[in-house]
Design a protein around this ligand. Structure first.
Ligand code: HEC
Length: 132
């Protein structure tokens, strides 16, 4: 086979998704994790519109994500603890939405956001430690 033909075939195979690069799993994880951002944006929208259904749905989706196998990226006690605290805050938000308590939901959302930031800060710290 001519090199050019081989090159063409390989490019086509990659384009068709026949050959999945090592980044396929990483992409999947990225999409999964990015969903948190979408749900939290939906919650913000729900909060400003006073749409409790929207708040509750976003909160539940976030809680569910944290239970999925894909979520368990690290098995460290800290990661497990951050995950637990995140889920707890999402569940509290869900409860506030169910009770149609906008002030409480706003406070709970702030806690959820704090949990996002904490875990991500931890992840960066772990990575830094690995590089050293
Ligand atoms: C218990 C830990 C934890 C919590 C809490 C958490 N995340 Fe993440 N997040 C991760 C991990 C692990 C990844 C995937 C690996 C990475 O990108 O560092 C990730 C990835 C992401 C990404 C993709 C980043 C990229 O590089 O594309 C976004 C966006 C994100 N998270 C948003 C959020 C938001 C918003 C919240 C809160 C609603 C949140 N995360 C809460 C652990 C967490």
């Amino acid at each position: 086979m001519k090199p050019l033909t081989l090159c063409f075939l390989l490019t086509t195979a990659v384009a068709l998704g026949l050959i999945r690069g090592p980044s396929a799993a990483a992409d999947e994880l990225d999409d999964f994790m990015r969903a948190k951002l979408i749900h939290s944006q939906n919650v913000v929208e729900g909060l400003v519109l006073g749409d409790f259904e929207k708040i509750g749905k976003g909160a539940q989706e976030m809680s569910l994500l944290s239970l999925a196998a894909t979520w368990q990226v690290l098995q460290t006690p800290q990661y497990i603890e951050y995950s637990k605290k995140f889920r707890k805050s999402a569940d509290a938000l869900s409860e506030a939405a169910r009770k149609k308590n906008l002030d409480q939901a706003t406070k709970d959302y702030n806690v959820v956001l704090q949990r996002c930031v904490e875990c991500h800060k931890y992840l960066r710290d772990v990575r830094m430690a690995r590089v050293d």
